[in-house]
Design a protein around this ligand. Structure first.
Ligand code: HEC
Length: 102
C-alpha cells in the first residue's frame, strides 16, 4: 500500500505546475528537457525531428529563445542559458531516433 501513501505528495507537487513542469536550474540533464518540453511537438508530426540532422547547437539556442510560428519562446526562467547550451549540444549530437511504428 505504500504507493498510495505517497500519492498525495506527488499530486501536491504537480498541482498548478505549468506544462513545462520544471523551472530553470532544476533540470538534471538535456534529455529530460527534451522529453518534457520539446518531444510532444518534435516527436510528433506537428514539428520536424531535430535529432540526427547535425543542426549546429549555436543555431538551435536562439530559436528556442525566440520561438517560431507554432513554437513558443522558452525563457531563461524555464530553461537557463547553461541548460539551453547543454540541450542544444545534446540535440546536435543525438542520432536520428529509430523509425516509429505506426
Ligand atoms: C508547441 C510545439 C513545439 C514545442 C513545444 C517546441 N517546438 Fe520547436 N518547433 C515547432 C514548430 C511548429 C517549428 C517550426 C517548423 C517549421 O515550420 O519549420 C519548430 C522549429 C524548431 C526548430 C527549427 C527547426 C528547423 O528545422 O529549422 C528548432 C531548432 C526547435 N524547434 C527546437 C525546439 C526545442 C529545443 C524545443 C524544446 C525546448 C522545442 N523546439 C519545442 C514546435 C514546437
Amino acid at each position: 500500500m505504500k504507493p498510495f501513501l505517497l500519492l498525495p505528495a506527488a499530486v501536491t507537487a504537480l498541482a498548478g505546475a505549468p506544462a513545462f513542469a520544471q523551472a530553470a536550474g532544476q533540470w538534471q540533464k538535456p534529455e529530460q528537457i527534451w522529453t518534457a518540453s520539446c518531444s510532444y511537438c518534435h516527436e510528433q508530426d506537428f514539428a520536424p525531428e531535430l535529432r540526427g540532422r547535425n543542426l549546429p547547437a549555436e543555431a538551435i539556442a536562439p530559436i528556442v529563445r525566440q520561438g517560431v510560428p507554432g513554437m513558443p519562446a522558452f525563457h531563461p526562467s524555464e530553461i537557463n542559458d547553461r541548460e539551453l547550451a547543454g540541450l542544444s549540444r545534446w540535440i546536435s549530437a543525438s542520432p536520428a531516433p529509430a523509425a516509429k511504428k505506426k
